[in-house]
Design a protein around this ligand. Structure first.
Ligand code: KDG
Ligand code: MG
Length: 402
């Protein structure tokens, strides 16, 4: 089953997506998401200029061998561009293999470990009241887990509060938006927000919060401790994780569960975090961490250490990544939760898919392979539209993590 053609499709149905399509001599095709928000064309070029020429003539069934060939063969290992490209190839090959066997991908990954996949949605607002209203909307839609973010007085652009309540998209056209940050008002505000949310919704709904890498370890430890009465499902990205050992401080001080990993590319980025049991959920994705093959290795290591999966699923991960995530989530034993930030209707039309949401959970569907495709004719109507994620500065102008 030789690969005879490969192409990269860059489109912008509401936001930018990079999709790899591989075609075999039997006429089967598979797709993979290669979107790296704000740096899209780097991955598109890596694939078109350096990877696709190497794939032509290779056997599409040799998924692990191709992964190792691209990873070890490049000499230059890891990094978001390389790993997003390898991830896209890996997903496309799994898609082809599922189609060749006429089976949904999860059946090739060991079958379903559960009936469906618990997901969480995003409630965000310009104030505590707005966030409560947004959370109520998610409860009405059937969600059983909700991430809550709110604007904070004294902080110019708190993370997670953007245009619209259902389709938050932080990437902006033109030069990056500059946000302002102040830790003290944030640390005072967040426990009040969750006290209010528990008052309104009780303890029957899971609540999550994303710090988005903005605190030092000791500040994060303080926040985790102050949130303990509200029993969060998780506190995400409490501190930047380039220094994995920094999470020891947080763990030492709080029992609030910790999630991290949406920006990680390989198992090495979370090795210490997992082996020392410093986190509870690992958020690596099929798109940014080397595809389904590599994600399964991360999950296997995590399983040894009571760490569960909680894959990133923001709107900059295309429906192709969402489908891959759902097959993975359904199959691995130590699944925890899946982020599901809804795509816009125009995005959904460009990427017709078999996955569906019901009662706060999702299922990848029974279509062969990933169960998602790209309508290339429609995609061509939405040309690439450069956009950047914001940058963040403290009130004195110092650049801070966004
Ligand atoms: O591209 C960056 C977004 O995907 C990220 O800001 C979203 O943190 C995020 C999340 O948890 O969904
Ligand atoms: Mg996040």
């Amino acid at each position: 089953m030789r690969i005879v053609e490969g192409k990269v499709i860059v489109c912008s149905p509401g936001r930018n997506f990079v999709t790899l399509k591989l075609v075999t001599e039997d006429g089967l095709h598979g797709i993979g998401d290669a979107t790296l928000n704000g740096r899209e064309l780097a991955v598109a070029s890596y694939l078109s200029d350096h990877v696709i020429p190497l794939l032509i003539g290779r056997d599409a069934r040799r998924i692990e061998d191709t992964w190792q060939y691209l990873y070890k063969g490049a000499y230059w290992r890891r990094g978001p561009v390389t790993m997003a490209a390898i991830g896209a190839v890996d997903s496309a090959l799994w898609d082809i293999c599922g189609k060749a066997r006429n089976a949904p991908l999860y059946q090739l990954l060991g079958g379903a470990s559960r009936d469906s996949v618990l997901v969480y949605g995003h409630a965000n607002g310009e104030s505590e009241d707005d966030t409560v209203k947004a959370a109520a909307k998610y409860v009405d839609m059937g969600y059983r887990a909700i991430r809550a973010q709110s604007a904070v007085a004294g902080v110019t652009h708190a993370y997670g509060v953007g245009r619209g309540t259902l389709y938050y998209e932080p990437a902006e056209k033109g030069r990056p938006l500059e946000c302002g940050w102040s830790t003290e008002p944030y640390l005072d505000f967040v426990p009040k927000l969750f006290e209010r949310l528990r008052k309104e919704f009780g303890f029957g709904v899971h609540l999550l919060h994303d710090v988005h890498h903005r605190l030092t370890p000791i500040e994060a430890a303080r926040l985790g401790k102050s949130l303990e009465p509200y029993r969060l499902f998780w506190l995400e990205d409490p501190t930047p994780a380039e220094n994995q050992a920094a999470f020891r401080t947080i763990r030492h001080h709080t029992v609030t569960p910790i999630a991290v990993g949406e920006v990680f590319n390989t198992i090495y980025d979370c090795q210490l975090l997992i082996e020392e049991e410093l986190i509870d959920y690992i958020r690596t994705t099929v798109v940014h961490a080397g595809g389904i093959s590599h994600l399964r290795k991360i999950a296997a290591l995590a399983e040894l250490h009571h760490v569960r999966t909680g894959a990133h699923g923001a709107t900059d991960l295309s429906p192709v990544a969402m489908a891959g995530a759902l097959h993975f989530d359904l199959s691995v034993h130590n699944f925890g939760i899946q982020e599901y930030m809804r795509h816009t209707d125009e995005t959904d039309r460009v990427f017709p898919h078999a996955y569906a949401f019901a009662d706060g959970a999702m299922h990848p569907g029974e279509a062969p392979g990933l169960g998602v495709d790209i309508d290339e004719e429609l995609a061509a109507k939405y040309p690439y539209d450069p956009a950047y994620l914001p940058v963040n500065r403290k009130t004195d102008g110092t650049v801070h993590s966004w």
